[in-house]
Design a protein. Structure first.
Length: 326
């Protein structure tokens, strides 16, 4: 283990028990998050991003979700073999999670103040009054207007952007070393999305925390991340520093994602480029190149799994003859 990284995921395998047997949703995924840096995990829906995150913090659906192999080390500690009591200390205390849908993350029958202060009472062992005061300060830190009043509100009283700020408050309450943000700007309008991202960036600088940002928006990746991991079909197909990946994408899937983003050079009212086909279901994955499977390249599908290699310093790539731009 290296002192340089707050989180090291190595060959992680996560499966789900179904009527068709164990199906792999995450297939030997590896990446590292340095201290104080932001690493983006990008890919379409169904590529395994959220399952990877839930595997890290031990929140897979029980009993169907299972981690079958690999290693997850947080600050040098093996999380896969940590006792349940220790994982409850890590979740919320040392690793904060910003969930994708704030209305699902917040309890609709409890006031905001009770939900935020509960984090301080559980992890910091504060008294009820001290936890309430700390919660009010946290809402103020997140630039929530009239925090004392918001503490008495229920989730349905707040707008989508405000609810998302409350979820961020829950994740950051104990000033964790790592925050996993699972599409924190989903369903928010562009203005509120920019505010949330700026807020996260400022808080990261103030607290010195690391950030794992899960998204399908490469524009968000370009603006906020230091490194990017591109996932497809439950695998990492490419990872590199952000500037290098945008300047020289080497995998066909990465290039396809970049082409689908409108730019200032895009002709007005022109049809945006899309990626043909869809991500295969868990039971339909080939052992060979899964992007070739999507593109209908039968000869490439039948081959063995492409090797994942470092092709340039810090730039890793799944080596497929059809998909790799080498």
């Amino acid at each position: 283990m290296s002192d340089q990284y707050v989180l090291e995921v190595d060959r992680l395998i996560t499966s789900f028990e179904t009527e068709r047997g164990l199906l792999r949703a995450v297939d030997q995924v590896s990446f590292k998050i340095p201290y104080g840096k932001t690493v983006g995990i990008v890919g379409e829906s169904g590529c395994g991003k959220s399952v990877t995150a839930m595997s890290i913090v031990g929140l897979l659906p029980h009993p169907s979700g299972k981690v079958l192999g690999g290693e997850i080390h947080f600050k040098g500690e093996d999380l896969l073999h940590a006792p349940a009591k220790r994982m409850r200390q890590v979740r919320g205390g040392e690793i904060g999670v910003i969930f994708q849908e704030p209305m699902a993350a917040l309890n609709p029958v409890h006031r905001i103040g009770r939900q935020v202060s509960e984090v301080f009472r559980i992890h910091k062992k504060m008294s009820k009054k001290d936890a309430w005061d700390a919660s009010t300060e946290m809402l103020q830190l997140l630039k929530i207007p009239a925090p004392e009043k918001r503490m008495m509100d229920y989730p349905h009283h707040l707008s989508g952007g405000m609810r998302q700020r409350i979820v961020i408050a829950l994740a950051l309450a104990c000033r964790p070393d790592l925050v996993i943000a699972d599409e924190p700007t989903t369903a928010l309008d562009v203005t509120v999305q920019a505010q949330i991202l700026d807020l996260l960036g400022n808080l990261q600088s103030d607290m010195g925390m690391s950030l794992m940002l899960i998204t399908h928006d490469l524009g968000v990746i370009a603006e906020t991340c230091d490194e990017v991991v591109v996932m497809y079909g439950g695998r990492v197909v490419e990872s590199a520093p952000v500037e290098e990946l945008f300047a020289d994408p080497l995998h066909a899937y990465t290039r396809a994602l970049l082409r689908s983003i409108p730019t200032l050079d895009t002709v007005p009212k022109s049809v945006l480029q899309t990626i043909p086909g869809t991500v295969a279901g868990l039971g339909e994955y080939t052992h060979g190149c899964r992007f070739c499977q999507r593109m209908g390249r039968v000869t490439a599908i039948s081959r063995e799994r492409p090797k994942f290699k470092e092709v340039q310093p810090g730039h890793w790539l799944e080596i497929c003859k059809e998909c790799s731009n080498l």
